[in-house]
Design a protein. Structure first.
Length: 202
């Protein structure tokens, strides 16, 4: 028979670190989009779009892309970086077939590189697209139609990068030795340690 006196101290310090929708645009502003063209709405740059007040997800208006040409949305800068990108979308009508789109991120709003996400729709009902980037280096988002005809987008949002846990384990140097151990049993040393968990942006 043997006894193992054990002393362990574990402390957790957890921050709140919630990713918020730092950029949120419903495209409800007036004075733009009476015909297909390029417009800037609350610092979002919209290319080949029409302000659709009939078929929208929320509010009084949404974006309808034209059936041809370069068609995109570019977000304003989010200084904290790019967390989760989301928007509501659908094709305009059954005659528009399959609409394919790509999502890009950029550090400067002009150099985009390869798409970080792609998607498509054949639906005439709005659904939400969402993709987590969680990178503080990137500051801008572009959503672009890559093939297909007319496409509707509404309520586009970009959150700050989500907080990620950083774990530090510190040994305070106190050792607790096993006592009254039967012959042949290895000696056990137990350390009193503290564990701290904090949340920091990626």
């Amino acid at each position: 028979m043997f006894y193992l006196p054990v002393l362990a101290l574990v402390a957790f310090c957890i921050g709140t670190g919630v990713a918020n929708a730092a950029l949120s645009e419903g495209f409800n502003a007036t004075g733009w989009g009476s015909s297909y063209g390029t417009y800037t709405v609350n610092s979002w740059v919209l290319t080949s779009v029409f302000r659709d007040t009939t078929t929208k997800y929320e509010g009084v208006a949404g974006i309808r892309f034209s059936s041809t040409g370069t068609r995109s949305i570019v977000s304003p800068q989010n200084a904290a970086g790019v967390g989760t990108i989301s928007f509501w979308h659908r094709r305009w009508s059954a005659t528009d077939g399959t609409v394919n789109f790509s999502v890009y991120v950029s550090t400067d709003g002009s150099t985009w590189g390869s798409a970080v996400a792609t998607g498509s729709t054949t639906s005439d009902t709005f659904s939400q697209f969402s993709y987590a980037v969680n990178n503080a280096t990137y500051k801008y988002v572009k959503i672009e139609v890559t093939s297909g005809k007319r496409w509707l987008v509404d309520l586009a949002e970009v959150s700050d990068p989500a907080a990620t846990p950083a774990i530090a384990l510190a040994d305070n140097g106190t050792q607790v030795a096993a006592a009254v151990v039967a012959a042949g049993t290895p000696k056990l040393n137990l350390h009193q340690s503290s564990l701290a968990v904090t949340l920091a942006n990626a």
